[in-house]
Design a protein. Structure first.
Length: 424
């Protein structure tokens, strides 16, 4: 059963209250596994009765959504949230196989984050009993490529509903976000980093080996800390993210057995969500622009260009600027996750699309002008031919029509030949 913190108690790991000193080196630990996928722009059709997924306690799910919304308002602003480009909804709870020793996650709470462009994030929130940091064991839990791991089980479990929303959806490997807390009057963050810095970097890299990292690498990663407050460290890598705080105090009590995350960790989580969503959106736009070569409709090309420009405007306005409290981690994350490269490549393809639209428009205009010149010239020649024929064949209308048709065809042929020579 869930204990009075965001950690959980088991028979093997007893609950000892706030654990003021945490002298055994135990940490309160929570994992958020983020699985990027696809979903329709307007979310519909997701069944409330999914195989292997239980209903979440309603009050606890609502509290978690309210907690996320409160931080989103501070981070992104009300204007962006009112645009309803991003939506959240609870999905349910997945039971997990008990781990040896009883220290692993027993269940995961699933939530779905969707973007109107067609991107989606399946999020699995997992808590474990208070325990010392073990990077190799933690990494084995949260890596999707480890057979039988919670991450692998959850990825398989969300694949079916993801394809229910989008038949072509491919659920990517988990991007784990690890939340570590040492409440009370424990050692300062500097002492903790000196003792366990290498383990933190190993967990950040999801490394399962027991080999020590080079000191220079550990120091470089720890120096790339984005936390703005004393007693905390926030780290980001291409494969995961980590947030550690000491002396923060106990986490919020669970609501309806749904453990709430420390509010201090949510700005980094929301920043990561935005980065992953924008990467997925930019990839979707790349695919759409790659398909333009097979399109013949000028209006369809213009529509795609307008949609891409709208998406890029959101990228510039939200990810690059509106994320006021996490600007540094956002700028670093853009480079780390390849968003800058995607953005530049997309701009180049957009310029190519603009050239394609302009070229096709000019070609269409030329054809219309060509056709109009031929038609008007033929009509004028037919009128002259009919007038001349009417003088000589006053009582023979068929002859007049024949002369008019002949004159028109002759003029059209001559004009067409002349225009083609000039165009070439």
């Amino acid at each position: 059963m869930a204990g009075p913190r965001f950690r959980r108690c088991t028979a093997q790991a007893s609950c000892r209250g706030p654990n003021r000193l945490m002298g055994d080196g135990s940490l309160q630990t929570m994992f958020v596994l983020i699985f990027p996928a696809r979903a329709p722009g307007v979310l519909a059709g997701l069944s409330d009765d999914l195989d292997g997924v239980e209903a979440l306690p309603a009050e606890g799910a609502r509290m978690r959504l309210d907690q996320m919304h409160e931080v989103e308002v501070a981070l992104l602003g009300t204007d962006y949230l009112e645009s309803r480009r991003i939506a959240r909804r609870p999905v349910g709870r997945v039971r997990l196989t008990a781990r040896p020793g009883g220290s692993g996650p027993e269940h995961a709470d699933l939530f779905l984050v969707t973007h109107t462009a067609g991107a989606a994030l399946w999020e699995a929130w997992m808590t474990v009993a208070d325990q010392p940091l073990d990077a190799a064991r933690f990494a084995a839990w949260i890596r999707s490529d480890v057979v039988g791991s919670p991450a692998a089980v959850l990825r398989e479990r969300v694949t079916a509903p993801a394809r229910q929303l989008s038949p072509l959806a491919v659920v990517e490997d988990a991007f784990p976000f690890t939340i570590l807390r040492r409440p009370g009057d424990g050692p300062p963050i500097e002492a903790l980093l000196a003792e366990q810095g290498s383990d933190l970097v190993r967990l950040l890299y999801l490394d399962r080996s027991r080999l020590a990292f080079k000191r220079a690498l550990v120091e470089a990663e720890l120096a790339r800390d984005f936390c703005l407050h004393e007693g905390g460290v926030s780290l980001l890598s291409p494969r995961s993210a980590l947030d550690l705080r000491t002396g923060e105090g106990p986490a919020a009590d669970p609501v309806g057995s749904v453990a709430l995350a420390p509010r201090s960790a949510l700005p980094l989580l929301i920043s990561i969500e935005l980065l992953l969503i924008e990467r997925a959106v930019l990839r979707l736009f790349h695919e759409r622009l790659a398909e333009t070569g097979a399109l013949t409709s000028l209006s369809h090309l213009a529509q795609i260009k307008a949609e891409v420009l709208d998406g890029l405007e959101e990228y510039r306005g939200t990810v690059a600027e509106s994320n006021r409290f996490s600007g540094e981690v956002t700028a670093y994350g853009e480079r780390l996750l390849g968003l800058d490269v995607l953005f530049r490549t997309l701009n180049e393809r957009l310029e190519h699309l603009t050239f394609e639209i302009t070229t096709r428009y000019q070609q269409t205009t030329t054809v219309l002008q060509f056709s109009l010149t031929v038609v008007l010239g033929a009509l004028q020649a037919a009128s002259v031919g009919a007038f001349v024929a009417a003088v000589h064949y006053t009582h023979d209308p068929l002859a007049v029509l024949a002369w008019a048709a002949g004159a028109g065809l002759a003029a059209a042929s001559a004009i067409t030949l002349l225009l083609r020579r000039r165009l070439h």
